[in-house]
Write a protein that binds this ligand. Sequence first.
Ligand code: ATP
Length: 136
Amino acid sequence: IQETLVLVKPDGVARNLIGEILRRIEAKGYSVTDLRMVEADRGLLEQHYEEHVGKPFYEPLVEFMQSGPVVAVRVAGQRVIEGFRSLAGATDPTVAAPGTIRGDFGRDWGLRVQQNLVHGSDSPESAARELALWFR
Ligand code: ATP
């Protein structure tokens, strides 16, 4: 059984989509095994997004993630890393397929692609690293 870190980002929390996102995760057959609401500080976000340091969207992203609480969720299931990324849809909500979280609820905020409701770990290595950060 695999584990992944899902984050409901500040836009997802502000738009009251926590329940809907958890519902989709559970409906797919995955299990929520831990969950916490966090006001992430800059240090945590710098570690979480270390692979993006230096990219043009890095600073706006780190600031956006501090704009409100985030819900961190530990999710377990068969091939859940790939499976959740499929539930989430493409990074840019404008082109994310209907039926995905980002495709159904994501809005076009102009250049603010960072407001795409959820994060999901992209590999077993990132999942282990990110789970250790958010559930230390
Ligand atoms: P996540 O890792 O959050 O699940 P992802 O794997 O789809 O998303 P990454 O390429 O890892 O996307 O980027 C991490 C986050 O950075 C994205 O979810 C998005 O919030 C933001 N981001 C990525 N590309 C851009 C961009 N071109 N402009 C603004 N924000 C971006």
